[in-house]
Design a protein around this ligand. Structure first.
Ligand SMILES: Cc1ncc(COP(=O)(O)O)c(C=O)c1O
Length: 425
């Protein structure tokens, strides 16, 4: 029989850390663009007995027995995902967004094949060809950037580059680019050079699911994403293809090429995530995420803070700190803001003169603060408090006052006022 005592009795040392992080989550304003707060139901699913099952392979074709309900559950997750976003073939097994991308490359390419993706230092992701990542080590990546004047992707330059490079995959998608992608232009460029179009929608698929953004599944051959960012669910990755054959090749690129048995508790959480994202309330949430980002952007601009591209179409706002204080690095700003209760991350801005580990910008995302329950009024307050803090950098007395205001606001919007399932905190 398993030990059925509650966690604080079994392991007080671990529980002390859990309590502290719950308190941290409940007492700050959360602006890390890739984070969110999963529901009780999602955490119940990820903490369920599905954690116990080994199920290598895919539904109906397993290397282990006892998979009857796992098969049904995985199929439920796949079907819910296709119902939510469209497409022909869904894979819910990737442990993460990075592994979803790995599966696509492994399934469709040979080492040394060419891919055209976005530059990491101008908004792309590590798995889009960074030399420190498997993607840059195994494949021949070329990178497109943004126009130095508009700070937007220049589709004409991208077309010319694609014609010169002749990649097998044109990859659209970003970790820090605050504007819509021109899917029609991406599609026509991929068609012109005979490439597949892949969209890495990790950051924004939740806004697509909530019908607040155009759907890349309508344009791309392959769409990869994470389920824990704007989608607000269990941690992990997923892939949708618009062609069964491509889906089957990528399926093999994931298992057995990249993973063994998948994380069935996470797939359980994804099934619940897709159910939640299909509800009408999720549409309201997705619209609010963007409204909050725009309210913050307008507030920064009114205070004279420069933003990359001058604003936002999505959940991201990229602040160029040099417009507030020439000497303040992204790293120092992020640390200071965390100390006053505003948690975010430092980020390179386009053509950043500083090295990436110091950087000149901070990245703001509104998915988590919106789940906290904040709306435009609080978004404006948050942007004002953040600007106050940046302007007061080094003035400890003033920062202490600002922290009081931040904590007072955050305490009104705790993500988990009652603790979480089975653990009141
Ligand atoms: C665009 C993009 N792709 C992939 C990933 C990787 O996701 P994970 O951290 O789950 O591997 C991220 C995560 O930050 C991302 O922003």
């Amino acid at each position: 029989m398993t030990d059925d005592r509650p966690i604080h009795e079994v392991d007080p040392e671990f529980t002390a850390l859990l309590t502290k992080d719950l308190q941290r989550q409940n007492s700050s304003i959360h602006l890390i663009a890739s984070e969110n707060f999963a529901s009780q139901a999602v955490m119940q699913a990820t903490g369920s007995v599905f954690t116990n099952k080994y199920a290598e392979g895919y539904p109906g074709r397993r290397y282990y027995e006892g998979c009857e309900f796992i098969d049904q559950m995985e199929r439920l997750a796949q079907q819910r995902l296709l119902d939510l976003l469209g497409g022909v073939h869904a894979n819910v097994q990737p442990h993460s967004g990075a592994q979803a991308n790995m599966a696509v490359y492994f399934g469709l390419l040979e080492p040394g094949d060419k891919i055209l993706g976005m530059r990491l230092d101008q908004g792309g992701h590590l798995t889009h060809g960074s030399h420190v990542n498997f993607s840059g080590k195994l494949y021949d990546f070329s990178s497109y950037g943004i126009d130095p004047e508009t700070e937007r992707i220049d589709m004409d330059a991208l077309r010319a580059q694609a014609i010169e490079v002749r990649p097998k995959i044109v990859l659209a998608g970003y970790s820090s680019y605050p504007r819509h992608l021109d899917y029609e232009a991406f599609r026509s460029i991929a068609d012109e050079v005979g490439a597949l179009l892949m969209v890495d929608a990790a950051h924004f698929i939740g806004l697509v699911a909530g019908k607040a953004m155009p759907n890349p599944v309508d344009y791309a051959d392959i769409v990869t994403f994470t389920t824990h960012k704007a989608l607000r669910g269990a941690r992990g990755g997923a892939i949708i293809t618009n062609d069964e054959d491509l889906g089957l090749k990528i399926q093999k690129g994931l298992f057995p090429d990249a993973q063994g048995g998948s994380l069935y508790n996470q797939i359980a959480g994804k099934a619940v995530t897709f159910h939640e994202a299909a509800q009408p309330e999720f549409r309201v949430y997705a619209q609010q995420v963007i409204a909050n980002a725009q309210a913050m952007a307008d507030t920064f601009l009114a205070r004279g803070v420069r933003l990359v591209t001058g604003g936002t179409d999505n959940h991201l706002v990229l602040v160029d700190l040099r417009s507030v204080n020439e000497d303040l690095t992204g790293k120092d700003a992020a640390k200071m803001l965390d100390s006053v209760g505003i948690t975010l991350n430092f980020n390179a801005i386009p053509n950043d003169p500083r090295p990436p580990f110091r950087a000149s910008g901070v990245r703001i995302g509104t998915p988590a603060m919106t789940t906290q329950g904040m709306r435009e009024e609080e978004a404006v307050q948050t942007a004002n408090l953040m600007t106050d803090a940046l302007e007061a950098y080094g003035d400890e007395a003033r920062l202490a006052e600002i922290e009081e205001s931040v904590r007072a606001l955050a305490r009104r919007f705790p993500p988990y006022p009652e603790g979480f399932v089975g653990y009141p905190g």
